[in-house]
Design a protein around this ligand. Structure first.
Ligand SMILES: [Zn+2]
Length: 469
């Protein structure tokens, strides 16, 4: 019999046995990035957690339909309803159009996912391509009497929803206090939020649309409601994101969706904990500790999968600490794992079923990946023939996603960027920068320069490998 699949549901604050709405299928909605800058490694931890979740569902035989949105409009700098539009700010900063900014950072995000071996969602959807659906949803809310208009937009009246705090479990007073940070005297309740914002008079925004209420753009929360209702239909099983989405974004998504449809929005809400920079600080641009995959791992010659490996070692609901030393340690651990798996040879035998049962019980217990890693370590030490060990760890890697099927290639001994003389290291980094800027001529010149010092370079998907000539 299949072991039970348990998830911690933020709605009930308990581990619950997962029951899909449709047999053998799961609808999964994962809130995507606002594409006005690179994702930082903290954001990427959330996408890793969601990938582990998806893979565990697949490991249990479910067919997963995953929808991820791209927020390419209307997400304001204040995260609520005040401040400037992040896309328009990015466009101004980089002297590009908002659409160019969105396209550039969408591609950068997708390349991060690839580097981390995160499976692509079944369906990507963009806020700007679903404006009529958002307007229709606001219209329904307005017809049902849940909205009111102020001088700057159309707002949702949260006082009309009896269980507004069903996800946060916070006293209403506390939610209101949190919402007071951004003052808007025209709002009836501090927790009310914008469904539609008007373009300021006299200002021509790059992104604005006509609506029954006036020219403007949708609020951030409405896009996820409109797109999950549209693309998942009646398969609204699991909705996830980072814990920072609980009190505002997801709370508001639930309030407006349930008000509009009269139905339960999603059955399961799963949230991933933060990645803190050493010392317990949350990662953010304002703290000056904004780490991207590029400047934290790739630049230091580390494989992004070392970060993935580190994320397997901490349960997704526990905070994780980032430090360069920690990442180097993870890289060493991963290298050793690749070495052990490569040593098993090429012949794949039978999956060891008792270990497999233990493994599945661990990942099915609210994604206990740290325990699952320990089970994999036990397999590698067990009294089994190499072929069976290989079959078993490759079976487990359907969840870990560490590319253990390429262990031999990954274990190939190349030089570590960290071990190079400073002079060579800066040349290699300069060449990577030239490549990133698609300045092939300069990249080639630097390759020749590096060769003069007796080093050879090989460009691979994860960056560059360095060998002694
Ligand atoms: Zn969302």
């Amino acid at each position: 019999m299949m072991p039970k699949l348990l998830f911690y549901n933020t709605l009930s604050r308990q581990k619950e046995e997962f029951q899909a709405l449709k047999k053998g299928q799961v609808g999964l909605y994962t809130c995507g990035p606002t594409v006005y800058n690179y994702s930082h490694v903290g954001n990427l931890r959330t996408y890793l957690f969601e990938d582990f979740l998806k893979r565990v569902l697949e490991y249990n035989g479910y067919k997963v339909k995953q929808v991820m949105n791209i927020t390419d409009v209307g997400h304001l700098t204040g995260d609520r309803d005040m401040g400037e539009d992040k896309l328009e700010v990015g466009a101004k900063r980089e002297k590009k159009t908002a659409l160019e900014i969105a396209a550039f950072y969408t591609a950068a995000f997708q390349s991060d996912l690839q580097n981390l071996n995160i499976e692509e969602p079944t369906l990507w959807c963009k806020a700007t391509e679903n404006i009529p659906e958002q307007i229709a949803l606001i219209k329904t809310l307005s017809e049902k009497g849940f909205t009111y208009q102020t001088s700057d937009g159309v707002y949702f009246d949260t006082s009309l929803v009896p269980n507004y705090n069903q996800l946060s479990h916070l006293p209403l007073a506390e939610l209101k206090e949190g919402a007071r940070v951004e003052k808007n005297p025209e709002k009836k309740n501090p927790t009310d939020f914008a469904l539609w914002k008007f373009s300021p008079s006299g200002v021509k925004r790059q992104m604005e649309w006509p609506s029954p209420w006036g020219i403007g753009f949708p609020g951030w929360h409405i896009e996820c409601s409109a797109m999950s209702l549209k693309y998942l239909g009646d398969e609204r099983d699991i909705h996830c994101g980072g814990i920072d989405h609980i009190n505002v974004h997801h709370t508001n998504e639930i309030a407006q969706s349930e008000a509009a449809t009269g139905e339960k929005f999603f059955n399961y809400w799963l949230h991933g904990a933060f990645l803190n920079v050493k010392g317990g600080k949350k990662m953010s641009k304002s703290e000056g500790n904004f780490l991207t995959l590029e400047n934290s791992l790739l630049k230091n010659g580390l494989n992004p999968l070392a970060y993935r490996f580190a994320a397997c070692q901490v349960h997704y609901r526990k905070p994780m600490e980032y430090s360069l030393a920690g990442m180097k340690q993870a890289q060493e651990g991963l290298d050793s794992l690749y070495g052990q798996v490569a040593a098993l040879g090429h012949q794949s035998g039978q999956v060891a079923t008792s270990f497999q049962a233990e493994f599945q019980a661990a990942v099915n217990d609210d994604l206990n990946l740290p325990k699952a890693l320990a089970i994999m370590a036990a397999v590698l030490k067990a009294d089994l023939v190499a072929a069976d060990k290989l079959a078993t760890v490759l079976d487990f890697d359907r969840v870990f996603g560490l590319r253990l099927d390429q262990a031999e290639e990954m274990a190939k001994t190349d030089l570590d960027l960290r071990d190079l003389p400073d002079e060579i290291r800066s040349l290699v980094i300069a060449r990577q920068a030239a490549r990133n800027a698609k300045d092939w001529e300069e990249a080639d010149r630097l390759r020749q320069e590096i060769k003069k010092f007796g080093y050879l370079l090989e460009d691979v998907a994860e960056g560059v490998r360095i060998f002694k000539a």
